[in-house]
Structures are given as structure tokens and as C-alpha cells.
Design a protein around this ligand. Structure first.
Ligand code: FE2
Ligand code: FE2
Length: 138
């Protein structure tokens, strides 16, 4: 059974792969795919992952840190939309660093804590809610 945790991790690997492809090809169309992917992931986590984490973990500091990281990513995306050439390359690199730091934090703190403390049913429900959130955006 695919859990919500599997879906979140799969998204993380996929966006890392897109950043890697952009690093090697500099293909500007990849920026649009990265932005779309991050936007969907942000919505799915806000709709499903963070509400479950709030109930199961009751760790406001951890959630607050995640909200700040997602806001920083959104701001970086808004700024990047106006850019081209070298400034765009620099902005994508900065976005990649922000995403990498938050992904590392999520995968070492929030996700392992959820795996440990949520029930199997909660983790399956998380998967269903993430799929629903993605269908709404996609
Ligand atoms: Fe995430
Ligand atoms: Fe996140």
C-alpha cells in the first residue's frame, strides 16, 4: 500500500531530478515544470500532510518552521518569474538550495516522527488526501 509518506518522498525525488536536469541542460522549460511541481507539492502538503502532522505530533515549532520554509520557496518562485539569463540561473540555484534545505528537514524531522506516531490508517488516509489535493490542482 502506498502511503502518504511514499507520495511525499516520490515528489521530493522528482523535483530533485528536475533540478539536476536543469543544472546540466539549462533548458528553460524545466523551470516551468519545477515551479508547477513545487506549487502542487505545496498545496498537497498544506491540504493533507501538515494538518495530519498538527494532530499527530502537536509540535507547533516544527510546523511553524515548515510554514516559513514553504513561504520562502513561494517568494523565491515569485521573484524568479521576472528573470531570464544569468539572473534566472542564479535564482534557480537559490531556489534549489531552499528546497534542498526544507526537504532535508522534512525527511529528518517531520516525516520520521509521523511514521513513528501515526497509525497505518492515518498514513493511508494521508495518501488518499494527497492524491485528492493533486487532482484538484492538476
Ligand atoms: Fe515536502
Ligand atoms: Fe514541506
Amino acid at each position: 500500500m502506498t502511503t502518504g509518506i511514499d507520495l511525499v518522498l516520490a515528489d521530493h525525488r522528482q523535483v530533485e531530478e528536475l533540478f539536476r536536469q536543469f543544472e546540466s541542460t539549462r533548458d528553460p522549460s524545466l523551470v516551468g515544470r519545477i515551479v508547477a511541481m513545487l506549487t502542487d507539492h505545496d498545496q498537497a502538503e498544506h491540504a493533507a500532510l501538515y494538518p495530519l502532522a498538527r494532530v499527530v505530533l502537536a509540535d507547533e515549532a516544527l510546523l511553524q518552521r515548515s510554514m516559513i520554509a514553504h513561504s520562502a520557496v513561494k517568494t523565491a518562485i515569485d521573484q524568479l518569474r521576472q528573470l531570464e539569463g544569468q539572473p534566472l540561473l542564479d535564482a534557480v540555484e537559490a531556489l534549489q538550495a531552499l528546497v534542498a534545505a526544507h526537504v532535508a528537514d522534512e525527511e529528518t524531522a517531520l516525516l520520521p516522527a509521523l511514521v513513528e506516531r501515526a497509525t497505518a490508517a492515518q498514513l493511508e488516509g494521508l495518501g488518499a488526501r494527497i492524491e485528492q489535493a493533486k487532482q484538484r490542482v492538476g
